[in-house]
Write a protein that binds this ligand. Structure first.
Ligand code: MG
Ligand code: ZN
Length: 284
């Protein structure tokens, strides 16, 4: 039984009007079938996990704590939240390609790091090392995608980078659930065990200390006024030396290593403090 199922099957919230149970589907309690107030303050929607699902805040808090405890004590994994655009890839509209970039439309059919999305006018370029990054990071982290793109965009991208959902499962949060800013409230893990990799710091107002800000990956030309030639026109790409993903991976590995160094201290470890510690020692 998953941690989430354990929580759902236990009634422990003293706050709800109708019953004490933690989860409801479309306004009906999943444990006792009574009606619950969907607009009740102590409930939060989790439609991305299952349409109509709401959980009480207590259930979410408990699930988070159990998830981090069990994955850190068990398979020695932490949680990692990954942004898509400019972090793992760069997407542009075909109609915005410059003359010097149009050769890419033909190349998209044969290259394995460049695709034209079937249902739309988008061309997607993967950041170098993205596949190695996902493979290696998945050994240390349970991974989540968190994007300001729509769900249908996220689904098309996942078909390219994780077709069997080996890395991300259903752990995908999009603009549809989280339209303005990003928050770890939707991520089933304790904040002390979650790292975020994103090129935009501002979208994480409440979780800056969990964040590793990665350099923004741009492959295509952004504006016609841009002075230097983009990788697309130069026919080059980020190299291993200046690769944002390689640098971030080293840092993730360091945090993971420090978190698990002393087994007896696992329950008090906090990635936010470890990140700060590493930053400070790098400054000296
Ligand atoms: Mg981004
Ligand atoms: Zn109930």
């Amino acid at each position: 039984m998953s941690v989430l199922e354990t929580v759902i099957n236990n009634s422990f919230s003293p706050y709800t009007n109708t019953c004490f149970h933690a989860a409801s589907l479309h306004g009906i309690c999943v444990a006792c079938n009574s009606m619950v107030d969907e607009h009740y303050l102590y409930r939060r929607p989790f439609d991305h996990l299952s349409p109509g699902l709401q959980l009480t805040h207590d259930a979410v808090a408990l699930t988070k704590r159990l998830a981090t405890n069990s994955s850190s004590l068990g398979e020695q994994k932490l949680h990692l939240v990954l942004d898509l655009d400019h972090t793992l890839l760069h997407t542009t509209e075909v109609s915005r390609l410059t003359e010097a970039e149009k050769y890419l439309i033909g190349e998209a059919r044969i290259r394995d790091d460049l695709w034209k999305l079937k249902s739309s006018d988008f061309l997607v370029k993967l950041r170098p090392f993205v596949r190695d990054f996902l493979r290696e990071a998945s050994k240390m982290f349970t991974m989540h995608v968190y994007t300001m793109g729509t769900r249908s965009y996220a689904e098309s991208i996942l078909k390219l980078i994780d077709p069997d959902r080996f890395y991300f499962g259903h752990r995908v949060i999009t603009r549809d659930e989280s339209p303005c800013t990003k928050t770890l409230d939707f991520v089933f893990a304790d904040d002390r065990g979650v790292m975020i990799v994103d090129d935009t710091r501002d979208v994480w107002p409440d979780h800056q200390r969990n964040l590793i800000e990665i350099s923004e990956y741009n492959y295509f030309r952004k504006k016609s006024s841009q002075h230097s030639k983009p990788y697309s026109e130069e026919k080059t790409d980020e190299s291993e030396n200046d690769s944002g993903l390689v640098k971030v991976f080293r840092l993730l590995k360091e945090v993971h290593c420090r978190f698990f160094r002393v087994r007896e201290e696992l329950e008090s470890k906090d990635v936010r403090l470890l990140l700060q510690e590493i930053e400070e020692s790098n400054r000296v």
